[in-house]
Design a protein around this ligand. Structure first.
Ligand SMILES: [Zn+2]
Ligand SMILES: [Zn+2]
Ligand SMILES: [Zn+2]
Ligand SMILES: [Zn+2]
Length: 385
């Protein structure tokens, strides 16, 4: 089946757009051989061009997602190859639907990027004064998730192929659909948002859940946070560290990339049961400076021994701040710590080896760094996507 498809694809390429025999276009198509398909929203077009696949673009009657149509006035040119290649890629995705598409047997907005496979099956989401549909939010989410992925890759020296597969992230219009996906695909009998860690990472939630409330910012911010947990659970090697004594790293990282993009944290997991938690409005720099000033006793010995699910609200902020310190002052240690935790090595050994410090020394250095660098006023959170 796969072999015949590859042969078919090769035949199609050579028949219609042989790279050697391709034409040189004409004046009308500016020597490209193809022209832009005009059925797509101008604002969304640059975002369409960035993704590997979009099910809404695939539905276009004129271009089937290629975003280009053959020039009617000539025999083609360099863009004819681009057009054919994109059609072949799209066909591959159409031929391999993901779980929810098979389960519901209906069309839903699905966007595939380097690191993510998204479904935003939501009718309307608010973003400031504008209303966005699921397709628009899927593309805006794709942009933010890929920004976070690029930062994370830089931190960990990772490439897309260092993950076992793309992380699937799904949001639903009704709690009923989310519950069905949870039950049938993720094997969870619950209405709560759920993330499946490991070899085939996936996350599902209802876009109207507590803390999300059909607001595009909340949903996208939530996806960046969960996407970080999910990616760490299969980066380099499949192993979730959140259930080991490395909760601070797992939780701290998820908050860190969320805060980096939105200047505010609004997601508190683990088990995503605590969507309505809030600590200091999710703005943590000033809060942490004050907290550390007030609490002079050692914090790390207890914090670094906890699993993700047992962190209290203020410990989420402490974990974020500790990750912030490592990411800024010892970025090379991030991958070594992650892999050490995957091997169940204790923090005190990892700190000594990769930070060159005992836990007590690390605490002193972290506190000093916070006092020296955190501002007296928090940066303003982003209001819109
Ligand atoms: Zn032409
Ligand atoms: Zn699209
Ligand atoms: Zn089109
Ligand atoms: Zn989390």
């Amino acid at each position: 089946m796969l072999t015949s498809f590859v042969l078919f694809a090769a035949a199609l390429l050579s028949a219609q757009a042989d790279e050697e025999k391709v034409g040189t276009g004409c004046n009308f198509c500016k020597n490209r051989g193809a022209v832009a398909c005009d059925r797509h929203d101008k604002d969304l077009l640059p975002l369409e061009e960035q993704v590997h696949f979009c099910s809404v673009a695939a539905n276009c009657k004129d271009c089937q997602g290629a975003l280009l149509v053959d020039c009617k006035r000539c025999n083609g040119g360099p863009d004819s190859i681009k057009l054919e290649k994109r059609l072949l890629t799209f066909q591959r995705y159409l031929d391999s639907p993901v779980g929810p598409e098979e389960l519901f047997k209906r069309h839903m907005p699905r966007v595939v990027t380097d690191h993510y496979d998204l479904i935003i099956d939501v009718e309307k989401l608010k973003d400031g004064s504008r209303k966005l549909n699921g397709h628009e939010v899927a593309h805006l989410m794709a942009v933010e998730l890929e920004k976070a992925a690029a930062l994370l890759n830089e931190h960990f020296g990772a490439k897309p192929f260092h993950s076992s597969r793309r992380t699937r992230i799904w949001y639903w219009n009704t709690v009923k659909d989310h519950k069905r996906v949870n039950f049938e695909l993720l094997k969870q009998n619950s209405e709560m948002g759920f993330s499946l860690y490991g070899v085939a990472p996936a996350s599902s939630d209802w876009a109207g859940a507590n803390g999300l409330e059909f607001r595009a910012m909340n949903v996208v911010s939530n996806a960046v946070h969960k996407g970080t947990h999910l990616r760490l659970s299969n980066l380099f090697r499949v192993e979730w560290i959140g259930n080991k004594k490395a909760g601070w790293f797992d939780v701290g990282a998820a908050h860190w990339y969320e805060d980096k993009l939105f200047q505010r944290v609004s997601t508190y997991c683990i088990d995503e049961a605590n969507n309505d938690l809030d600590y200091e409005g999710g703005k943590w720099r000033v809060a942490m400076r004050k907290y550390l000033n007030k609490h002079k006793n050692g914090i790390l010995p207890e914090l670094i021994g906890k699993v993700s699910g047992t962190l209290r609200d203020y410990e989420h902020a402490l974990a974020w701040s500790l990750y912030d310190w490592v990411a800024n002052e010892h970025p090379k240690a991030l991958k070594l710590l992650l892999m050490g935790y995957k091997d169940r090595i204790e923090s005190r050994d990892l700190f000594r080896k990769h930070l060159g410090m005992t836990v007590i020394q690390a605490e002193a250095a972290w506190r000093e760094w916070v006092a020296a660098t955190y501002p007296v006023k928090d940066p303003k959170p982003r209001k819109k996507l």
